[in-house]
Design a binder for this molecule. Structure first.
Ligand code: ADP
Ligand code: MG
Length: 579
């Protein structure tokens, strides 16, 4: 193929690919424009997960009529003039790419009226072409409507998740911006329903209530740096934690950023206070001089580069640690003001490698009573044993996690968690156990769901119900939990349900095929004895007896092994008894 210059609309689509990845990216750019325009009221409306419609209305400065078309020109921006400006950016936008990119992949309608003008303007843009530009009555501010996103790019459409999942991402984003701008009133209407609204009264705590629910917000600990100038926000006490990092918000100069190292600095402040695999919730709002941070390092501006990263991490870690210690020292330790008890802080250095994001959800180390009698009446000798499970004699436990056994051909190590998961799952599958699958709670529990969890709840209600949950809507994104699966009756119902939501959300998409089996597997995982739990000999024997009855005793329902074996021949070789 000879070299040729691509037509403008195709070039525009290619460029759009960097900035506009999914509906939430459109919402992000439009909200940022509204905030840059000085809006105090930002209304977001979404239909069909944002694919059918995204509309963002603001009461900001508006765009003068004759400049409106320029807003859709590539590199059309009112925010910077020279290269010098690039290193002291005070606005969220500056690249002049968002509107042209959106207009390359959707139909856009802009209605705007500038502060100083009496008449408004209407502009329609499609396929990067301005189709209409005419006067139009409008209140001061700007409304941008984006319809049929990616209709002209079927390949992109294929990468989108379900409308519910895309709407959840949008809701996460609106939550984040509401937290970063407590003086701005945000509202989000999803498919005609008002799902989120903040008062815009400049109080971060009031936004926190909307995002986390009053119950959790009340427990959160306020954080600030020593001079209360660089850092403000909230962080969770060690008693509140999640299986994912989703409820961790970092803002730098009002910009929502994704910075693993910085998030890690916060988590490090919990050193020895949190279980492995559990994550604190936090909102950290950093203010630094505009020239102390380079924001021009990423097309969607989600990453930034600090001039002095080590210093920033230190400030964050110290502030969080101080707040945690002040909070802890009150009742728990009985020492005077808890001073001197402070465990040493790990050195505040940016980690060389971002911590592994796939740490599994609170398996290691989690505690709780042994859920229910593990054993049915011991009738082992009358049961036809499937050939895949040898007869095992329990010798003991190591690391409070593995059961050591002697078998017909050497030594076996049984993973107590995986084994119990298998037993619970098989119990479930047995028809006789279905009837009493649900356990009524003495005290129903209210939960304020985050947008992703809400999307899962809405989509999987029926499945959750069949699994034994009884959950009712309770206004806004709250639900009332009335009953849990019987297997979970010894667990804290709130924690257990959230764990199931988190596990269900693993791929970012709520469940699709085989939803019921997946929910039940997750319930079993959540109900099973954890690693790190000391078991009595009798409990271990009972667990193995139950495992023996399974048709597939060698794997847990997720397919991981329940046991490994060191056979006698190997042992003899190791000791040099055999060649
Ligand atoms: P950038 O934000 O990087 O400047 P955009 O493509 O997002 O680029 O927007 C182009 C220009 O259009 C902005 O610089 C601004 O002048 C104007 N604009 C866009 N949205 C709004 C809005 N909601 N209110 C006022 N002006 C806006
Ligand atoms: Mg912009």
């Amino acid at each position: 193929m000879p070299i040729h210059v691509l037509p403008a609309d195709l070039a525009a689509k290619i460029a759009a690919g960097e900035v506009i990845e999914r509906p939430a990216s459109v919402v992000k750019e439009l909200i940022e424009n509204a905030l840059d325009a000085g809006a105090h009221d930002v209304r977001v409306e979404v239909r069909g997960g944002g694919q059918r419609l995204i509309r963002v209305a603001d009461d900001g400065c508006g765009i003068p009529a004759e400049q409106a078309p320029l807003a859709f020109a590539r590199h059309g921006t009112s925010k910077i003039e020279s290269a010098d400006d690039l290193f002291a950016i005070k606005t969220l936008g500056f690249r002049g790419e968002a509107l042209p990119s959106i207009a390359a992949v959707a139909r856009v309608t802009l209605i705007t009226r500038a502060r100083e003008e009496t008449n408004g303007t209407l502009l329609k843009v499609e396929n990067s072409q301005i189709l209409t530009h005419q006067p139009h009555g409008a209140p001061r501010g700007t409304v941008v409507s984006v319809e049929d996103l990616f209709r002209s790019i079927p390949a992109r459409l294929k990468f989108l998740k379900s409308p519910g999942a895309e709407a959840a991402r949008i809701a996460e984003l609106v939550n984040a911006y509401a937290l970063a701008y407590p003086h701005v009133r945000f509202s989000l209407v999803n498919d005609g329903r008002l799902v989120f609204q903040t008062p815009g009264n400049a109080r971060l705590y009031d936004v926190l209530i909307k995002v986390l629910g009053a119950e959790t917000a009340r427990e959160m600990i306020e954080i600030a740096d020593e001079n209360e100038s660089t850092l403000s926000g909230y962080t969770s006490p060690p008693s509140i934690h999640r299986a994912t990092r989703k409820t961790q918000y970092l803002f730098v100069n009002g910009r929502w950023i994704d910075d693993r190292a910085l998030a890690h600095a916060v988590v490090e402040a919990y050193h020895t206070l949190l279980m492995v695999g559990r994550f604190p919730l936090f909102v950290v709002d950093l203010r630094v001089a505009p020239d102390a941070v380079d924001v021009n390092v990423h097309p969607t501006k989600a990453h930034v580069r600090f001039r002095e990263p080590g210093e920033v991490y230190r400030v964050v870690q110290r502030a969080v640690r101080r707040a945690l210690m002040a909070n802890l020292s009150v009742p728990a330790l009985g020492a005077e003001f808890g001073q001197g008890l402070e465990p040493p802080l790990p050195a505040a250095q940016p980690p060389e490698r971002a911590p592994d994001s796939t740490t599994s959800a609170g398996e290691v180390n989690a505690m709780g009573p042994l859920p229910g009698p593990v054993s049915a009446p011991a009738t082992a000798n009358t049961i036809l044993r499937p050939p895949s499970m040898p007869m095992l004699r329990v010798l003991g436990q190591i690391a409070s996690t593995y059961i050591i056994c002697e078998g017909p051909d050497g030594m076996y190590l049984v993973d107590q968690h995986a084994a119990h998961e298998r037993v619970l799952y098989d119990n479930w599958a047995a028809a006789s156990n279905r009837d009493n699958a649900s356990q009524e709670l003495l005290q129903p529990v209210t939960l304020n769901l985050d947008p992703t969890h809400w999307a899962i709840y809405e989509q999987e209600q029926a499945v959750l119900e069949r699994a034994g949950f009884r959950i009712e809507p309770f206004g806004g994104q709250s639900v009332l939990l009335r009953a849990v699966p019987g297997a979970l009756k010894h667990r804290d119902p709130r924690t257990a349900l959230l764990e199931i939501f988190d596990a269900t959300d693993e791929g970012g998409a709520p469940l699709r095929e085989d939803a019921e089996a997946r929910v039940i597997k997750t319930v079993c995982k959540s109900a099973a004895i954890k690693g790190g739990q000391v078991l009595s000999l009798e409990e271990m024997r009972a667990l193995l007896r139950d495992l023996e009855r399974s048709a597939s005793p060698r794997t847990c329902p997720h397919g991981r092994p329940t046991m490994i074996q060191l056979n006698l021949a190997q042992v003899e070789r190791e000791f040099g008894r055999r060649g």
